[in-house]
Design a protein around this ligand. Structure first.
Ligand code: 4GX
Length: 245
């Protein structure tokens, strides 16, 4: 997978290169990451990339000319869709990460200031994605969220055959609690069922925990999900329990 990032702060992406799952993906050649800086495509002595908004108001807007030339350069090396990170985009979720992870290439446009000139968005951007309803100071952290989420889905990146499988298995539900040694930590014991080695019983306990947490914390996720017979039965049992309280 080839990912090209358009950013005024390429140094921010060193964190991805040097750490964790993205570092592994890059080392293995499963992913390739390059940054392009619109400032390198300016033609004035001050290397200007932003200007005041037409119509007035606070803040600055990224100018179309250097950015457009930068996008021209990226489109020479990356034929995938250009994705603009912005609060106006469709909300990122695991399905979108899955779509992106299946692409051979895509590029990411990180805006600073009040955003980029709308003519660039209209003429060059293929997709606008938001990572959530809050305002960052630039698209870089949002782009890194996308890259991290995609890298962990790439084949051969983690011991990931199994854990990606596990993910898709429980997709749409919150995760169950996890425990490791010791059995007794400051008086808090690991749930007995996890110590027994009855794998069917453990799977059922985990599913029950996932369903209970999802019902409690994210009922919106249950609304959207098609439930298996097992899951319906466990949920009904949880409903009954709740009515007893
Ligand atoms: N999910 N930001 C983009 C510049 C900007 C301002 C206005 C368009 C219109 C964000 C998010 C996010 C901050 C990135 C503002 N672009 N990106 N930037 N939430 O907050 O993706």
């Amino acid at each position: 997978m080839r990912i090209d990032v358009i950013t005024l702060f390429p140094g921010m992406f060193d964190g991805l290169r040097e750490n964790g799952v993205s570092r592994v993906a890059l080392e293995r050649g499963a992913a390739e990451l390059s940054c392009y800086n619109p400032r390198d495509f300016t033609q004035d002595n001050y290397r200007t990339v932003d200007d005041r908004p037409y119509g007035g108001g606070p803040g600055m807007v990224m100018m179309p000319e250097p950015l457009g030339r930068c996008i021209d350069a990226v489109s020479e090396v990356n034929q995938g869709p250009l994705i603009y990170l912005s609060p106006q985009g469709e909300r990122l979720d695991q399905d979108i990460l899955g779509e992106l992870a299946a692409l051979p290439q895509f590029s990411l446009l990180c805006g600073r200031y009040e955003g980029v000139d709308e003519r660039i968005v209209a003429s060059r951007v293929d997709r606008e994605i938001s990572i959530g309803d809050y305002v960052l100071s630039g698209g870089e952290l949002a782009a890194m969220v996308v890259i991290d989420g995609v890298c962990r889905l790439l084949p051969d990146v983690l011991g990931n055959a199994e854990s990606a499988q596990q993910d898709s298995f429980s997709a749409g539900l919150l995760d169950c609690p996890h425990y490791t040694r010791p059995e007794n930590y400051r008086g808090m014991r690991v749930p007995e069922v996890l110590l027994g080695g009855n794998h069917a019983e453990i799977a059922r306990w985990r599913l029950r925990q996932s369903l209970a947490r999802t019902k409690e914390r994210r009922p919106d996720l249950l609304q959207r999900r098609v439930l298996s017979d097992d899951e319906k039965e466990l949920l009904t049992a949880l409903d009954l329990e709740q009515n007893d309280e």
